[in-house]
Design a protein around this ligand. Structure first.
Ligand code: ZN
Length: 464
């Protein structure tokens, strides 16, 4: 029996699948989000040869500044990055719900993915037929149903350990943590290995050493820092398993939180002279390298991930903002490093299609802002931008050959259809309280760092 004529057409035009969707034939794109990484630290470590994998990426690519937006709340910024739309359009305005008068709602819940008002890059890329994997992105719980790819959601990101490994939660698991749902079984052994008292304790201790229990402030902070380490390693392992078991997606996204938490907690020991109070020298001696070590850990993870990628992969590293010393007069502040003034984050793009420029000079390092990330990803994946995206593709960083071969696609006239936003959901009764407790302990919501505290939240203080 002869082939039906449409099948012959499919075979002849390999770029078009038989469902009519255009198949993506370009290189895979891997995005690693690194909360709070700043060149002030990373550039020195690269120079000293202590971040060799970052150095290797810079050698075959470019490093620059990514401008950010104030206020620098993680759920807000990572959603801006993922949607290419500003806060007022994507609707994620703080850690938890904000009322019409701009103040946190009494008993408001943490924002969840269903409250987002516009599609994220995983929705857009999947709708265009690209396969997308996303692991641990902020405000990605419940895991959204996408046609092509896998999502491992995050309810809490930096506060992950308090939520993910809570005893009762741990036995039952967080519902809708993954898409597709059966993925949850595949990652269960990795989550088990990452639990707070599990095998990672030894690995952590070898990297960072132990802190004297009597050193109350750093000791308490370090418990939370450990949780972030466990969450990051767990998410890295899940990401690697996804690639191994299901093949590398056209677009892969992974989030790490460690440099942000390290910066918040340990800056006073790194740069004691910046503070107007005495930081005990014995503590400085013991903890001054914690931030460097956190960056080096992330560099090791980048190395492990890159080793598994094909040669033509385009790799993008982004941070939502930079970091620096803060609360200079306030010895009791949980955070001695912060980013309220919105210092730029890092941006690295590497791969054979990227003009090799290395790390741009400090006085001319800006390459774009958070709103430019999605237009750039869409350009690389050959998908038109959405109407109303104000950011631009950073295509000037790519080689002239790539630019000549890939026209700048005009934006769509009508938006990709997207479901209506709904009120935040709670994964399990009581988990929002764990989220708030963790965020308060991390110091993200205390008034001294420009936010609001757990108690003040009840008073509906303005978050700005
Ligand atoms: Zn931060």
């Amino acid at each position: 029996m002869p082939l039906p004529h449409w099948m012959g057409l499919c075979l002849a035009l390999t770029a078009v699948s038989c469902s009519g969707e255009e198949k993506y034939q370009g290189p895979p794109v891997v995005v690693i989000g690194i909360d709070g990484m700043t060149w002030d630290v990373a550039a020195t470590l690269v120079e000293q040869g202590r971040m060799p994998h970052m150095a290797a990426l810079l050698e075959r690519g470019v490093g620059g500044d990514l401008e950010t937006f104030v206020p620098t709340y993680s759920p807000v910024l990572w959603t801006t990055i993922a949607t290419g739309k500003p806060t007022k359009e994507h609707g994620i305005r703080y850690f938890s719900e904000i009322g019409p008068n701009g103040q946190p709602l009494r008993d408001g819940l943490p924002y969840t993915s269903n409250s987002r008002q516009v599609p994220a890059i995983w929705n857009l890329a999947s709708a265009a037929g690209r396969k997308v994997d996303s692991v641990a992105w902020w405000v990605s719980w419940p895991a959204e149903q996408i046609e092509h790819g896998n999502i491992v959601a995050s309810y809490a990101a930096q506060a992950q350990a308090n939520v993910l490994w809570k005893p009762l939660v741990w036995e039952e698991g967080i519902p809708e943590l993954t898409w597709p749902p059966q993925l949850q079984e595949d990652i269960a052994p990795i989550l088990d290995a990452g639990r707070p008292k599990g095998e990672l304790v030894k690995e952590y201790n070898e990297r960072f050493g132990l802190i004297d229990k009597g050193w109350k402030v750093p000791y308490q902070r370090e418990i939370l820092f450990r949780g972030t380490y466990h969450a990051d390693v767990t998410h890295k392992r899940i990401f690697q398993q996804l690639i191994r078991d299901k093949g590398l997606a056209d677009l892969s996204l992974l989030y790490f939180g460690l440099p942000d938490v390290a910066g918040h907690f340990f800056w006073r020991y790194r740069e004691p002279d910046a503070y107007h109070y005495r930081v005990p020298p014995v503590m400085v001696k013991r903890i001054q390298d914690h931030i460097d070590k956190a960056y080096i850990a992330v560099d090791d993870w980048i190395g492990e991930i890159v080793a598994d990628l094909p040669e033509d992969t385009i790799i993008m590293l982004i941070s939502d903002h930079g970091m620096g010393p803060a609360n200079l007069n306030y010895e009791k502040a949980a955070q001695s490093g912060a980013h309220e003034d919105g210092p730029p984050g890092i941006f690295v793009l590497a791969g054979p299609q990227v003009k090799p420029q290395g790390l741009l000079p400090a006085d001319n390092r800006a390459v774009g802002d958070l709103l430019d990330v999605v237009p750039t990803l869409l350009d690389l994946l050959r998908i038109p931008a959405e109407p109303g995206m104000s950011g631009q593709s950073m295509r000037a960083l790519l080689t002239q050959v790539w630019q000549d071969e890939h026209e700048n696609l005009p934006a769509r006239i009508t938006a990709v259809p997207f479901r209506a936003a709904t009120a935040p959901r709670e994964p399990q009764e009581g988990l929002s309280e764990d989220f708030f407790n963790a965020v308060d302990q991390l110091g993200y919501t205390e008034s001294s760092s420009g936010g609001i505290s757990g108690q003040n939240r009840q008073d509906s203080q303005n978050p700005n």
